[in-house]
Design a protein around this ligand. Structure first.
Ligand SMILES: [Zn+2]
Length: 650
């Protein structure tokens, strides 16, 4: 990456280009950062008296901090640039310290400010919603345009990601590493001799205001940029995946294995799960080669077989002994005795409307204008401590090796209580800062524990949580086309070994596309094979009722678990993912063939997975991946890359 900071006219990125590409930036520099403090706007171009330090970071990359001062108000502003010398990836963020004698209100903290040349760009972004994650939108970039969410979780409405594809094929991908409200703005450059487009953003300024005491510092979340070429998003996503694997994603032995998971939820939900049902599934799961058995919602709250999971979220100190008379450790022991690991679901932030804890601890709920928001404010030190102790008990008392951390609500602009230690304008900011610290603290205490990030499926997918959890759950539904669309979109910003999704689960509830019945007499082996292979594209599992499966289905599942473990997951762990086709769409549109190629970075091995969807043409697929000639794929033929290359008729 050809990256240069300006050295005389303010603070900014002077040059951003990949190799000899035409630079993205125009002459002079962009605003670098924008801080609004006590109504005064400070940008990289308006500060003086700079001081620059550079250091190698323990967690990878090289960080340069450019510190500058402004006098009115008296602030020290640090602009941070983290570079990865072997990758075309850079991230920037801003920190502000109050150097005056009086408190200062910070209303805006933009971590990114770039000025692009005026050219034609295609803008790619993803809208999102429950069961509708990663819906690709491509359009010519016009200004002004904003990508954003104000729903209080990063992927509700839109994913915190964009890509610009320039008319000469150069690609610039960006992602906000933040789990709350974020924004990326594209605006016309208003000053200067040349027209341009200013790209700014990071933490959303709407709803954010932080009162900074003398001596206090606030740090904004980073925005990550990756550069690519050839109009090919693989070139930026592979760079980001390599950065994630080498520097960002936490490690644990269990998560790195990419264990095959069974989860009770879709088949039994809360009303139909109990000790004997769980244990009878565990016995079959072990026989199938499953490595983790997860008890989802339904285990907590009062001992009442009719209790609803959503109502009593927060009552994690109670085990529903009407369903689980011997407690959870009994289940964990049974799972462990069969050589597997025990997963446990918890929505640690949430407070259900009937949760007893909300009555006992009125200091916990996040509130806005006096109304409860349905979650525990982790910006409150007492709430943080409570949550930390709950998670500790899940591990030490209940024996969890894996915690599926869900979050099923929109905090909006967040908590504005004034008795939580945060101010009225930074409750959401402090909640997420607290959540990050909670995850880091739990991991430090339990380095082998796996933390899974889930939020109504995939409504809080971002690089902030990628850096603090081991696995990212992509979506609640998992019918075949949906799974392929998700993989396509999610892999543009996250490494494939972080992506957890199951394959065509057996749903108790109604969903017009979740109709899989493994006991259907009409089910044929090739159909089951197809569903299971689609699920192998990342980290995998299934939510099926196991005890009464037909023998052939059980046998076939066992086979697919082994194929995943022996053949596929070594590629998912370390391979570069190339998307060989465009994105299929979940409701029958988009590409009707979906194919990906995993290539080990040293070129030693490749794995191609290709799927024909309804309406896809004929008996094969023609694709042109890098260095491989067009070829046809049949799922039953396995050939080496060399054979493919030398045998055009394949
Ligand atoms: Zn609060």
């Amino acid at each position: 990456m050809n990256f240069a900071l300006s050295d005389d006219e303010g603070v900014g990125i002077e040059r951003l280009a990949l190799g000899n590409q035409v630079p993205w930036t125009i002459e002079g520099c962009g605003p670098a950062f924008t801080v609004v403090a006590d109504g005064t706007t400070v940008t990289g171009q308006s500060v003086s008296s700079r001081e620059q330090t550079t250091r190698a970071r323990d967690d990878g990359g090289v960080e340069t901090i450019i510190r500058s001062r402004c006098t009115q108000p008296a602030l020290e502003i640090g602009w941070h640039i983290r570079r990865y010398p072997d990758l075309p990836v850079v991230e920037t963020w801003v920190s502000v310290t109050n150097r005056g004698q009086a408190s200062v209100t910070i209303d805006r903290l933009d971590s990114l400010g770039l000025t692009l040349a005026q050219r034609d760009y295609e803008l790619l972004s993803y809208t999102s919603g429950w069961g509708l994650e990663f819906d690709e939108v491509r359009r010519p970039l016009t200004v002004p345009t904003s990508l954003e969410t104000l729903r209080g979780r990063s992927s509700q409405g839109m994913h915190p990601f964009f890509a610009l594809i320039r008319s000469d094929g150069a690609v610039l991908s960006g992602a906000v590493a933040w789990s709350g409200n974020w924004v990326i703005r594209f605006e016309a450059l208003e000053t200067g001799p040349t027209p341009g487009i200013v790209v700014s953003g990071g933490l959303h300024d709407i709803g954010f205001a932080k009162l900074l005491s003398p001596g206090e510092t606030v740090e904004a979340p980073p925005v990550v940029l990756a550069l690519g070429y050839g109009g090919d998003l693989d070139t930026t996503s592979i760079a980001m995946a390599r950065a994630a694997r080498a520097h960002w994603a936490p490690r644990s032995e269990l998560a790195s294995r990419l264990p095959v998971e069974w989860n009770h939820w879709w088949t039994y939900e809360d009303h139909s799960i109990n000790e004997s049902v769980f244990l009878s599934n565990v016995a079959v799961a072990a026989d199938l080669g499953v490595e983790v058995c997860t008890l989802d919602a339904g285990w907590f709250g009062p001992s009442d077989t009719g209790s609803q999971w959503t109502d009593v979220r927060g009552d994690w100190d109670q085990v529903n002994t009407a369903r689980f008379p011997h407690g959870l450790r009994h289940l964990a022991d049974a799972v462990h005795d069969r050589g597997m690991r025990f997963g446990l679901w918890c929505e640690i932030e949430a407070l259900g409307p009937k949760a007893a804890i909300a009555q006992r601890r009125p200091d916990l709920p996040a509130m806005r204008d006096g109304q409860p928001l349905g979650y525990v404010c982790l910006g409150n030190p007492a709430g943080w401590q409570w949550a930390r102790e709950v998670l500790e008990r899940l591990v030490t008392e209940h024996g969890a090796d894996w915690i599926k951390l869900d979050f099923n609500l929109d905090p909006g602009l967040g908590c504005n209580r004034t008795d939580h230690g945060h101010g009225p304008g930074d409750g959401l900011f402090e909640h997420y800062t607290g959540y990050y610290r909670l995850l880091e603290d739990v991991r430090a205490a339990h380095p082998d524990l796996v933390l899974e990030n889930c939020s109504s499926g995939g409504l809080r997918i971002d690089l902030g949580l990628l850096r603090r959890t081991h696995l990212t759950f992509l979506s609640d539904p998992d019918w075949p086309e949906h799974g392929l669309q998700l993989l396509w979109g999610a892999s543009t910003m996250l490494p494939p070994d972080q992506l957890l999704h199951w394959g065509y689960s057996e749903w108790h509830g109604e969903h017009r596309h979740q109709k899989f019945d493994p006991r259907d007499p009409g089910l044929r082996p090739h159909q089951l094979d197809y569903y299971r292979r689609i699920a192998m594209l990342g980290c995998t599992g299934f939510s099926l009722g196991l005890p009464d499966l037909p023998e052939w289905v059980r046998e076939r599942l066992r086979h697919h678990v082994r194929v995943y473990q022996e053949l596929v997951r070594p590629f998912v762990r370390t391979g570069d993912l190339h998307r060989l086709t465009g994105a299929p769409r979940r409701f029958g549109a988009g590409e009707r063939w979906a194919a990906v190629q995993y290539a080990q970075p040293d070129g030693s091995a490749h794995l191609v997975l290709a799927f024909r969807l309804h309406g896809g043409p004929g008996l094969g697929l023609t694709v042109c991946p890098d260095a491989i000639r067009p070829y046809l794929v049949d799922t039953e033929i396995r050939v080496t890359g060399k054979t493919l290359y030398e045998t055009p008729e394949l």
